[in-house]
Design a protein around this ligand. Structure first.
Ligand SMILES: Nc1ncnc2c1ncn2[C@@H]1O[C@H](COP(=O)(O)OP(=O)(O)OP(=O)(O)O)[C@@H](O)[C@H]1O
Ligand SMILES: [Mg+2]
Length: 449
């Protein structure tokens, strides 16, 4: 009986021992399960954060999201981020903070080449404030860390350079920082510092582009002012000449009251000069306001017919033959018929003026799917090569004795530009001058060729 009881007791103890061993195992498993869950959660958070911060290029947003994530994830009571003020700065100062009551106590001004910064760079992982306190007690760089008692410092390092650090206050729960926390913060800090560097590069590219644009605008403005200045001087000169002639002849006129024929002669000269001024003013207005005219769909060939009919008599008298060649069918262009007539008129009149003993003016109109080209080639002396780049300048003329204002071609240039086209001057291989106008085909007309 006694033996039986002993055997029972033994097996009962064995069961108890086994039970407590199982309990230990279960609690161990529960703990590692908890740690695993935390790891998965941390990894997931890091994955989500890196996905979002890598797409953020705004410096402020990045800094804020880094600070909030560090605080929220770890449950720290406060956080402060120390960064250089700009890329040249050799000191780390407070960039932003959360949960700090007395900001003035945590400003910080850490020399990036000082002992503390060098130490943070060397260990390159989160370090307890208490550990730093032992090493750097008394150092001015360390003074403000008192606000982060029981806290943690996370260095921000990229390519072995310390870019700043994050200071976290103690945990709200009162528990100390765990290995999981420091691992999480290390990974997060690495992600953040890369994203921060990208944002900095992006910012500096953006500001370089901004500066370039400002410089460009100023250049255009300066150029425009210079052009206006030059133009005003030329206008003053062009108007002054006939004005002084008028003044002289009116003076002569007043001295010839007793000789009406002579006085009439002088008045005639004054009238001619007045009409010259009127012509200059009219052309200047055309030059300035080509955009005011109404636009319609235009058939270049019929426009040329109109102009040539108008000038036929003058051209015949000058023994100038017109040779015309045009694509058929020809797409239309969009524009102001009146203004384009003025362009063609100026070009034909120039050709006439430069072929005083007659010649041939060849007008060719060609097209492709997108453009219409109108070319005027004469058999005159051509344009001296040194003048080719200047013929479109206002008041540039080689005509003698005030015969030309030098505004004809610059008016043409302005009108064609207003029609989204361009005009070029050259010399034909045969020797005469050649002017070519290129204009876009009217929309809706592109397929008709
Ligand atoms: N067909 C041409 N042959 C040779 N040179 C030309 C020809 N057309 C223009 N030029 C040159 O370009 C200059 C400027 O021409 P533009 O039509 O602007 O003024 P202009 O003809 O001199 O004066 P305006 O048009 O007032 O009579 C001319 O003076 C001349 O030097
Ligand atoms: Mg002219």
């Amino acid at each position: 009986m006694k033996r039986e009881n002993k055997a029972k007791e033994r097996s009962q103890r064995a069961v108890e021992l086994l039970g407590s061993a199982i309990d230990v195992k279960i609690s161990e498993l529960t703990e590692s399960n908890r740690q695993l869950k935390r790891k998965i959660f941390d990894l997931y958070t890091i994955f989500e954060i890196s996905r979002s911060i890598n797409s953020v290029l705004d410096y402020r947003t990045l800094v804020d999201s880094f600070l909030l994530t560090s605080l929220g994830q770890i449950g720290a009571s406060s956080a402060a981020l120390y960064l250089p003020k700009n890329s040249q700065s050799r000191r780390l100062t407070l960039a932003t903070s959360k949960g700090i009551t007395h900001i003035e106590e945590v400003q910080g001004n850490i020399n990036i080449e000082g002992r503390l910064a060098t130490y943070l760079k060397a260990i390159a992982k989160p370090v307890m404030v208490s550990e730093l306190a032992e090493r750097f007690a008394g150092s001015s760089d360390f003074a403000f860390f008192a606000a982060f008692q029981n806290g943690l410092i996370i260095p921000l390092i990229i390519q072995s350079h310390l870019k700043g650090f994050l200071a976290l206050g103690r945990k709200v729960s009162g528990v100390g920082f765990a290995v999981d926390d420091t691992e999480f913060l290390s990974i997060l800090a690495n992600q953040f510092v890369v994203a921060l560097e990208n944002a900095r590069l992006y910012e500096s590219e953006k500001s370089a582009l901004r500066e370039l644009k400002i410089a460009q605008r100023q250049l255009v403005l300066t150029e425009r002012q210079a052009a206006i200045g030059e133009l005003s001087a030329k206008i003053a000169h062009e108007v002054n000449n006939p004005l002084s002639i008028i003044s002289n002849y009116l003076h002569l006129c007043s001295r010839n009251f007793d000789n009406p024929d002579k006085a009439e002669e002088h008045l005639d000269v004054a009238r001619q000069e007045l009409s010259r001024i009127a012509r200059i003013v009219r052309q200047l207005l055309d030059f300035h306001r080509p955009q005011k005219a109404e636009k319609s769909t235009i058939d270049i060939r019929s426009l040329l017919d109109d102009i040539l009919a108008l000038l036929e008599w003058q051209l015949v008298e000058r023994k100038i033959t017109i040779e015309r060649l045009a694509d058929d069918p020809l797409p239309n262009v969009t524009g102001s018929a009146e203004q384009l007539k003025q362009v063609f008129l100026n070009l034909v009149l120039n050709a006439k003026d430069f072929m005083p003993d007659g010649g041939i003016l060849k007008i060719t109109v060609t097209s492709n799917d997108t453009e219409v080209k109108i070319k005027f080639v004469d058999t005159g002396p051509g344009i001296p090569p040194e003048h080719i780049s200047r013929v479109f300048e206002p008041f540039f003329t080689t005509k003698d004795n005030s015969a030309g204002t030098g505004l004809g071609l610059s008016v043409c240039f302005g009108i064609i530009k207003e029609h989204n086209g361009f005009i070029t001057a050259a010399n034909d291989p045969e020797g005469g001058a050649s002017f070519e106008i290129t204009m876009p085909v009217a929309s809706g007309d592109e397929d008709e060729t």
